[in-house]
Design a binder for this molecule. Structure first.
Ligand code: WTA
Length: 571
């Protein structure tokens, strides 16, 4: 915290005079920039893709530059409009209606984006699933959302427990599959037949657009429900925070299975009409630098975990690539270490701009604007139109430098509108008109916010949110496991790793093989990113008298900290 602030670069930026703009800011002025403000014809897919495709000057501009180790492909705005129209026709033919939930479960690919916009164009709700999910994770989400259609690949179909999903009427398969039946729809065959013309289903700003499942500390993952209105903030933050200009080449490294990969991998860049680089395949420092170098990426939105990996890959690797195209770098998802910011100044000659937000908030809320002085370690300040504060548990605002709940005054455009099928849960987020984030933080005298940690047991591993309950539930399905408690253990590269404490059922002997088998069981049954890296076998797991696992106590043991109040501990 003693670090010198890093001063703003000489900006060409339109949000100078932050304090002044905040005073008079009105979201209405952003709303006015959309065509629906006059026409009343609302659909985020139109604003994101078709509007540019219908503009002769932009129609042939590359919208998507896709590359993976196996495949390279570029789609212009015109082509993306045509492909998504075809897919919308495919959906209509399968009788998909406005409001239906249509899920996508596949690796990042051009087909993903064509399908995604097709779903929006018929007024249905898109539910993207992370490609690493295994059967349990897929089942939970499709069951809860009552999805009627899934778009996937023949390889991933194995992880879809079709017999347990009576609502799932149709499965669109991208690629050859030996089995045919009335449930399966052949993507390539149908796309070939489908017309490129489609009349977009106009919706209202409050109609559903997106369901992102995310983990809390208790219970199954929750469906965070977003509506078309969110485009207002996706557009505005793309302009103010990502600082996108028409000729930018932008790269967001997040997978569309997570909210960053939709809000900032789809909406923000294309609402602002820029060329969007999408990279498939695994992370290596070389391939990431190459992506910037080869595509002349100008604006880059990534995550601390990735940046830390680049730091450890060393200076020699950076020097092999020409990264001079970069003009603006941003980060999200976890605390951005001050050392990484310093490294960024050396490696790219640029500041890395931290941004804070959540699946629930739909878009950025607290940020480092391009022309703001950065205080390394701080998440920055709220964007215009957003009021943030630190509150106590009763909803009273706390003075500067006091730690408390990071909370946001209700009323920003991209806020989730519901937790799917769970109105009670939705209500529980609010106190006195504040949305309570679950993060603890403080605000300094100058209005900068400083992240301190999670207030609940949610784990953040490599920027991915994992609920301990989901992992515990899977662990105890293994025949050897009697009880399980799961925590996040601090880790220099991943932020946190998942650590499980388990007790064994009678007849099972602790061994390295058994531990590995249990780890694999979670990895192949739930998801690779949710599998515990460490499993420790215990004689008992601490629980409250009402039977709740005391994860706080497990964490204190792990960290060798004082155990605090244990009065509720069972005998
Ligand atoms: C954490 C990702 C520190 C935080 C967009 C939040 C951060 C959770 C930051 C949301 C940041 C996000 N500094 N922590 N700049 N940004 N987080 O829903 O704990 O996957 O509550 O959304 O990530 O994660 P989610």
């Amino acid at each position: 915290m003693d670090m010198q602030p890093i001063l703003a670069r000489e900006g060409n930026h339109n949000l100078r005079n932050y304090e002044k703009i905040r005073e008079s800011f009105d979201w209405e002025d952003v709303r006015k920039t959309f065509s629906w403000y006059e026409s009343g014809k609302v659909n985020a897919a139109y604003e994101t893709i078709d509007r540019h495709a219908d503009d002769p000057a932009k129609k042939d501009q590359p919208a998507l530059i896709y590359s993976s180790p196996e495949r390279e492909e570029t789609l212009t705005f015109g082509q993306l409009k045509a492909l998504s129209n075809k897919f919308a026709n495919l959906l209509k033919k399968q009788n998909i209606q406005k409001g239906d939930r249509v899920f996508l479960f596949m690796p990042r690919s051009p087909e993903f984006y064509a399908s995604f916009f097709g779903i929006l164009k018929v007024g249905a709700i898109a539910g993207p699933l992370f490609e690493a999910f295994m059967e349990q994770a897929v089942r939970d989400r499709l069951e809860d959302s009552e999805a009627t259609m899934l778009i996937t690949t023949p390889e991933l179909l194995k992880r879809v427990p079709q017999e347990d999903l009576p609502n799932l009427k149709k499965i669109v398969l991208i690629g050859y599959h030996s089995e045919t039946n009335e449930k399966y729809v052949d993507y390539y065959h149908e796309m070939e037949q489908a017309s490129e013309e489609f009349e977009i289903e106009w919706v209202s700003l409050e109609d559903g657009m997106l369901l992102h499942y995310t983990s809390g500390s208790t219970g199954k993952p929750k469906g965070v429900y977003h509506v078309h209105n969110a485009m207002i903030q996706h557009y505005a933050t793309g302009d103010w925070v990502l600082d996108l200009k028409e000729d930018d080449i932008y790269w967001c490294t997040a997978d569309p299975g997570w909210v960053t990969g939709t809000s900032y991998g789809i909406f923000a860049p294309w609402l602002n009409g820029v060329t969007n680089v999408i990279r498939g395949g695994r992370f290596t420092a070389e391939s990431w630098y190459e992506t910037i170098d080869k595509n002349n990426v100008t604006v880059w939105y990534t995550a601390p975990t990735a940046l830390r990996k680049l730091v450890s890959a060393g200076e020699k690797v950076v020097k092999k690539y020409d990264l001079s195209s970069l003009r603006h770098v941003l980060s999200v998802g976890e605390p951005l270490n001050p050392e990484v910011i310093t490294w960024g100044v050396n490696a790219f000659n640029l500041r890395i701009h931290d941004t804070w937000w959540m699946t629930e908030t739909g878009a950025m809320l607290i940020v480092n604007l391009p022309d703001m002085d950065i205080r390394p370690g701080s998440m920055g300040k709220p964007i215009p139109g957003v009021e943030a504060a630190i509150i106590d548990n009763e909803g009273n605002e706390l003075p500067p430098n006091q730690m408390g709940n990071l909370a946001i005054k209700q009323g920003w455009p991209s806020m989730m509108r519901a937790i799917w099928n769970n109105p009670g849960k939705y209500e529980s987020y609010f106190i006195n008109g504040w949305y309570v984030s679950g993060d603890s933080a403080y605000r300094d005298e100058d209005g900068y916010f400083w992240f301190q940690g999670r207030l609940d047991d949610v784990i953040n591993t490599s920027g991915e949110r994992v609920g301990p309950f989901e992992v515990e539930s899977k662990l105890i399905e293994h025949p050897a496991v009697s009880e399980a408690g799961v925590i996040g253990k601090p880790d220099p590269e991943r932020g946190e790793i998942i650590k499980a404490f388990i007790t064994l059922n009678e007849g099972y002997q602790a061994s390295d093989e058994l531990v590995e088998e249990i780890r694999k069981f979670v990895k192949t049954g739930l998801s690779a990113h949710a599998a515990p890296r460490e499993i420790e076998i215990k004689d008992t797991i601490p629980k409250t008298r009402s039977g709740k696992i005391m994860r706080r106590l497990l964490k204190s043991w792990e960290l060798g900290l004082p155990t605090g109040d244990t009065s509720t501990l069972e005998e």
